[in-house]
Design a protein around this ligand. Structure first.
Ligand code: HEM
Length: 124
């Protein structure tokens, strides 16, 4: 039976599963591989900290995601199409693995941040 997101282990499972999907997605994978040339060994722990801070109150993340995504959008198109796909994969991952208050919060926060990112990219 599925349960809620309650531990660092849950966050790591969520993030790992989500980025597995992202990496093999035709619309998103190349942005990470070819445009940002991501180092997964550093990116994944940053994302554990990001979601751990949002959902578990860890205070372990420091960074400026808005600035990073604006910079990225100058290198490749990041439009409603890419954001919709990102959100679809994120929602699918949360729903496949978890259920509960934190699981819902994860989806709501992702949607709100995505909306703000889109707005900032479009007006940058
Ligand atoms: C189309 C949608 C998105 C794409 C293609 C995308 C892509 C990327 C890429 C390539 C990076 C690595 C940047 C770098 O290290 O140079 C990154 C970092 C990051 N992304 Fe996204 N992203 C998207 C949406 C989102 C959303 C909606 C969120 C939050 C809910 C998010 C949160 C983050 C965070 C926290 C980082 C780490 C920033 C840091 O290094 O501190 N991203 N993203």
């Amino acid at each position: 039976m599925k349960s809620d997101i309650t531990s660092r282990k849950d966050i790591e499972l969520l993030v790992d599963t989500f980025y597995e999907k992202v990496r093999s997605n035709p619309e998103l994978g190349y942005i990470f591989k070819d445009v940002a040339k991501i180092n997964w060994e550093t990116h994944l722990p940053r994302m554990y900290s990001f979601w751990g801070s949002i959902l578990l109150g860890e205070y372990s993340y420091s960074g400026n995601p808005m600035q990073k995504h604006i910079a990225l959008s100058k290198l490749t198109a990041i439009t409603n199409t890419e954001f919709s796909m990102w959100l679809r994969l994120f929602t699918e991952t949360v729903d496949k693995l978890f259920t509960g208050e934190k699981a819902t919060e994860a989806k709501v926060r992702a949607e709100n941040i995505a909306r703000l990112m889109m707005h900032n990219i479009q007006t940058a």
